[in-house]
Design a protein around this ligand. Structure first.
Ligand code: ADP
Ligand code: MG
Length: 327
């Protein structure tokens, strides 16, 4: 890339992107500095990969703090590893920057470092170019042969579960666009739920061999559960009164809006998964041991599509079921 003096591209990389994440990783044979990084997985392990791009103004508000952007960028990619039950191995970063703004890079690098330490994921390479701000993170994970949590394994009769609470990130995003009455504690909570989603890595790994299908909730429960249904050729029914909501969401929006945000808002990065009912007790115990709340929210049936019913059995209707680009 073309960079402004006095920092060259290579100085930039070594100053802000070297030694991020655990330095001694048994899988990383060669990290930043050569033409390729080299990974080596233990015998019997498969490599799981996923890539996500975050574009300014689309995936985060234009004024977002660089520290927050970096943390969120890594978390959303790691969430894909979690949804497959994979263990973290390493990540790469393709960064497009409008200019070399060192205070910005300093904060971005600090956020990336904190997230990489948290998820125990070393940065092993990347690319740096000039243009409109965009951040691409590719994560690499490992999995024992043939036991990944795919979208395609749900069976009629399976129970549907979600981790955590839903709707926080959608309410947070709404709050960034229009102001409504919240306390500063509520605002801080919502901000962190949007910018610091917790990828459910440990839970995903614990679900291997127990869950029949899984997905991370990036586009809203209705849309993402819809992907499981499509891939598994089944239908799903959700129970509106079981959808888990945080106290903050219950306090700041009315119950109908809260349900709307929880089902159609994206960005929560919790896991949605299905499992045969015989696994229920073990799954709930698993969540307790990890201190991750797990809620049973519905049931899989033969057919297709996702519906949500209320206590009286009436279908709850929503105008759209999740965010899609190019619509
Ligand atoms: P090449 O021209 O051979 O593709 P680059 O000059 O793009 O190599 O990068 C030099 C080294 O720095 C490579 O090891 C690359 O992986 C790494 N690198 C470049 N940009 C980044 C970045 N943003 N984060 C981490 N590593 C990077
Ligand atoms: Mg090269």
């Amino acid at each position: 890339m073309t960079v402004r003096e006095p920092l060259t591209e290579f100085e930039l990389i070594s100053r802000y992107f070297s030694a991020i994440g655990p330095i001694k990783s048994s899988s990383v044979k060669l990290g930043i500095g050569d033409d390729c990084a080299i990974l080596s997985l233990p015998v019997g392990q498969q490599l799981a990969m996923s890539i996500d791009t975050l574009v300014a103004g689309r995936h985060f508000p234009d004024g977002a703090q660089p520290y927050d952007i970096a943390r969120r960028a890594l978390a959303v990619s790691v969430s894909d590893l979690a949804a497959m039950g994979a263990s973290p191995v390493a990540f790469t970063l393709a960064l497009t920057l409008p200019d070399v703004d060192q205070p910005w890079l300093q904060q971005f690098s600090a956020g990336l470092r904190d997230a990489a330490d948290y998820y125990q994921l070393p940065l092993i390479g990347g690319d740096t170019t000039q243009g409109m701000l965009a951040i691409t993170v590719q994560v690499h994970g490992s999995l024992p042969q043939n036991i990944a949590l795919k979208r395609s394994g749900a069976k009629p009769g399976d129970a549907i579960f979600v981790s955590g609470n839903l709707g926080d990130a959608a309410v947070a995003l709404t709050l960034m666009q229009q102001s409504f009455d919240v306390t500063s504690a509520q605002q801080a909570f919502l901000h962190s739920r949007f910018y610091q989603p917790q990828a459910q890595l440990a839970l995903g790994q614990q679900l291997l061999g127990k869950a029949s299908a899984a997905i991370d909730i990036s586009d809203g429960l209705l849309a993402d559960l819809g992907h499981i249904c499509k891939a598994s050729a089944v239908a799903a029914t959700l129970y509106s009164q079981q959808i888990p909501l945080s106290d903050v969401v219950k306090d700041v929006v009315d119950s109908q809006r809260a349900l709307y945000y929880a089902l159609t808002g994206g960005d929560d990065y919790e896991l949605c998964f299905t499992a045969p009912v015989v696994q229920r007790a073990e799954i709930i115990a698993c969540g307790q041991s990890l201190a991750v709340p797990i809620t049973e929210v519905g049931v899989i049936a033969a057919g297709d599509g996702v519906q949500c019913i209320d206590q009286a059995g009436a279908i709850v209707d929503f105008p759209h079921s999740g965010y899609q680009h190019f619509q």
